[in-house]
Design a protein around this ligand. Structure first.
Ligand SMILES: [Zn+2]
Ligand SMILES: [Zn+2]
Length: 373
């Protein structure tokens, strides 16, 4: 592969000083940074190319070799360029920290809140209606009980980091710039654990199984979230613990369907009940006693009878309970015995002529004629 001229890559003159080179590189690094160009191979190449050019042109020895003998001169000196991002970041990590603000310049004692956790809880519709005291068990990282989170074996102390003298930050000169970055030896802690706690291996946290009681209020629905403050994982450097979010899933019920605060059910009745009217017992959600549903005379198929105040419990309080809507399904018998057939024919006669009698007289066709056209 033909390598481009380093001065051309950075767009600077051959006699440019370090300030100009640095400025040009920063500009390119910002533009082609992988965080800003995810998955863009061309940007990746430009980014590597610029890093390599910057590395060579800001190093007196390499620059002289390059100026005299070009790329070959460098190859002879053992310089191989950069293989990947890892190389680039380990070489000039701090220049990016300055630009992008990552790497945690906040110092060694920065307190951080622990991670929040999610627990999915399945409830029956009855449980959602009545509310429930649920016991849930889950795993979380907690401060190690043996070392109280210090990570050091009890009775021992961590040593002050020799690389940063306990500051957690190191100052590096990148030619013109002085950049401070997280100490690579202690990862910003300022201390190094020489004798790690055997329980947590020096991490200061252990994974424990936790059981807690959760009070689920009446009226919750699928997607409702309960936030239990401080029940997540423990924080870093004295930071507060995260929260636990209990996410509710309400299972489908055999008889009742839910629509917000209302309940809907279907009740099948015979055509005789629909015609003559009737009373029938229907179950109520979460109640022992049944409801006497009054079916008025002449109830039509699909008609909806409202039972006020017998719907779902509301999160806004029990008084706000929704309504129950009973949808009437009228069943038409598929089989009749001789007596029933005769009775219905008799009934039909009272209304006038039977259909077959109308047909014989040539009158019953009107309706079908209309439909056919
Ligand atoms: Zn420990
Ligand atoms: Zn250090």
């Amino acid at each position: 592969m033909n390598k481009r001229d380093y001065y051309e890559v950075l767009g600077v003159a051959r006699e440019s000083g370090e300030v100009e080179i640095k400025a040009a590189y920063r500009k390119l690094a910002l533009k082609y940074h992988p965080d800003r160009n995810p998955g863009n191979k061309d940007a990746e190449e430009m980014f590597k190319e610029a890093a390599e050019a910057y590395d060579v042109l800001t190093d007196d020895e390499k620059r002289q070799l390059y100026d005299k003998f070009g790329h070959e001169g460098l190859a002879g000196s053992g310089f191989r360029g950069f293989n990947g991002f890892e190389d680039i970041f380990s070489n000039f990590g701090d220049i990016f920290e300055g630009i992008f603000g990552f790497g945690g310049g906040g110092g060694r004692t920065r307190a951080m809140q622990g991670k929040s956790l999610r627990y999915d809880l399945e409830l029956s519709l009855e449980e959602a209606f009545l509310g429930k005291e649920a016991e849930i068990s889950f795993h979380r990282l907690e401060e190690c009980a043996t070392c109280h989170g210090s990570g050091s074996k009890p009775g021992t102390q961590p040593e002050t980091c020799g690389t940063c003298q306990g500051r957690g930050q190191v100052i590096r000169s990148q030619g013109f710039f002085q950049v401070s970055s997280t100490c690579p030896a202690c990862h910003g802690q300022g201390e190094i654990i020489s004798q790690p706690c055997s329980e947590c291996g020096g991490g200061g946290k252990t994974r424990v199984e936790k059981e807690i009681q959760v009070k689920i209020p009446a009226g919750v629905d699928t997607g409702s979230q309960l936030r239990l403050r401080g029940e997540g994982e423990s924080g870093e450097n004295g930071g507060p613990p995260g929260d636990l979010f209990v996410v509710i899933h309400v299972k489908e019920h055999d008889f009742f369907a839910r629509e917000d605060e209302n309940l809907i059910c279907q009740v099948p009745i015979s055509f005789v009940q629909a015609t003559l009217g009737d009373t029938m017992s229907i179950p109520l959600l979460g109640e022992e006693k049944t409801h006497e549903l009054n079916i008025p005379r002449g109830t039509q198929p699909g008609e909806i009878i409202k039972v006020p105040g017998k719907g779902m419990a509301s999160l806004r309080g029990f008084r706000k309970r929704g309504d129950l809507y009973v949808k009437i399904v009228v069943k038409i018998p598929k089989k009749l015995n001789q007596q029933q057939t005769e009775l219905l024919q008799e009934f039909s006669r009272t209304e006038g002529l039977t259909l077959s009698e109308k047909k014989k007289k040539g009158k019953g066709k009107g309706f079908w004629k209309k439909k056919a056209h």
